[in-house]
Design a protein around this ligand. Sequence first.
Ligand SMILES: [Zn+2]
Length: 210
Amino acid sequence: MEQSDYFSLLNRAILKLDSNTPQARSEIYDRARQALRNQLGAMQPRLPDAAIAKELQQLEGAIRQLEPPQKIQPEPPSKQPGKQQAPAQPPRSVASRGIFCEHCIAETTDETPGDISTLNGIGRQFYGSAAPCPECASVIRTLWWTLVSLPVVPLASYRYKTSEEHGTRARFWCRKLPARHWNQIFKTWVIGIAAAIAIFVGIYVYHQYK
Ligand SMILES: [Zn+2]
């Protein structure tokens, strides 16, 4: 799952707290860390260490977003993409021809996914990153229909490229692949669902027995 998914899972757990104190929040984070570590470590076939580390990093990133450093409180960077900021640049199919290499253009179509926005956890979101192109550095990502930030229905796979500027605006180009990338879809499902269940169960058990 991505940082924004962990963010919304943790955020909802925090909203359910009887008393939202730093102590109570930090207990939630510890439960989530432990649950996620246990779950990913126990998965069969065994996940590569890098994949486990990446998931844990996404979780830590979400925690940092929820608990910004005490001294300065800068505007948290785009917690709700597309909600308040200018909407993400619509992908421009024709312009994307100049962005991708010939090979990637040949294996894809001009079809665009339209406006990607997630509202209240229901919407569409890209997950995964596979088969990086050695020529133009695009990767294959799958667009999912999501419910409470969980990937539910894989809609289509795309060749995907972000612009080089890392601003708050998500700016990307994508070109639709004729077929869904099932390998990636399966991985997204397994990791997304296992991580979500682990965190839910971790928090639930904690509330039952505290
Ligand atoms: Zn390419």
